[in-house]
Design a protein around this ligand. Structure first.
Ligand code: ADP
Ligand code: TYD
Length: 209
């Protein structure tokens, strides 16, 4: 999708280390002289950040499964129009903490099999995939313990517990096989610096290759 820039997404269960590694990769690439835009989903643009509050705060049953898919997709569309596309057109490397694969997993799997609905809406309204998706894979109980340590207000999905997290882990690994051309799977159970080194190697081979 990218004329000049490079679009990298990070995926994985809550607490797998995505935010930590996004920051480290951005610093590394900036050190190489690249222009880097760091962003996240849901959110990343003012309108999408407003939708973030709607989907991540409040009663877990606040939205039907279908309404939730629409809200995440609406947020993504705004993010794409206002931030991601312009940054890529300007030649930046865009690093996004979660993208459409999260919707395929969380909305597509967790409340029944809605993957078909997610994909249809994605094709209609988004229509792009990252150039590279870094999946940080790790044990769900370890991830949950890390995520719980943060104590925020955005708990709707984290509260699903370790059974759902295990389902998400398996789902993400299956997605990595389905989209093997753009996914790289990283062992997230290592030290922060070892995870970062693995990610740097994967990204640099993609930039050069
Ligand atoms: P995510 O964005 O995937 O939810 P974070 O990057 O916020 O994950 O990490 C969750 C917590 O785990 C943070 O407190 C972070 O400092 C810690 N953490 C991240 N990576 C590691 C690691 N490799 N080993 C131990 N702790 C980690
Ligand atoms: P995030 O802030 O990345 O949480 P964490 O740092 O704990 O991984 O994402 C917040 C939550 O939003 C996370 O539990 C997953 C969920 N989510 C969806 O359900 N669908 C989506 O499309 C996205 C992007 C996130």
């Amino acid at each position: 999708m990218t004329a000049n820039g490079l679009f990298i997404s990070f995926e994985g269960i809550d607490g797998s280390g995505k935010s930590t590694q996004v920051t480290l990769l951005a610093a590394h690439l900036r050190g190489l002289g690249r222009d880097v835009v760091v962003t996240r989903e849901p959110g990343g643009s003012p309108g999408a950040e407003e939708i973030r509050a709607l989907v991540l705060q409040g009663d877990p049953d606040r939205w039907s499964a279908e309404t939730e898919i629409l809200l995440f997709t609406a947020a993504r569309r705004d993010h794409l129009e206002r931030l991601i596309r312009p940054a890529l057109a300007a030649g930046s490397i865009v690093i996004c903490d979660r993208f459409a694969d999260s919707t395929r997993m969380y909305q597509g799997l967790s409340r029944g099999d809605l993957r078909g609905t997610v994909d249809t809406l994605h094709d209609l309204m988004i229509g792009v995939e990252p150039d590279l998706t870094v999946l940080i894979d790790m044990d769900p109980d370890d991830g949950l313990a890390r995520a719980k340590g943060r104590q925020g207000h955005e708990e709707r999905f984290e509260d699903f517990g370790s059974t759902l997290q295990a389902q998400m882990r398996a789902g993400f690994l299956a997605l990595a096989q389905e989209f093997s051309d753009r996914f790289v799977v990283i062992n997230g159970a290592q030290d922060i610096s070892d995870v970062a080194n693995d990610i740097t190697r994967a990204v640099e081979s993609r930039i050069q290759g």
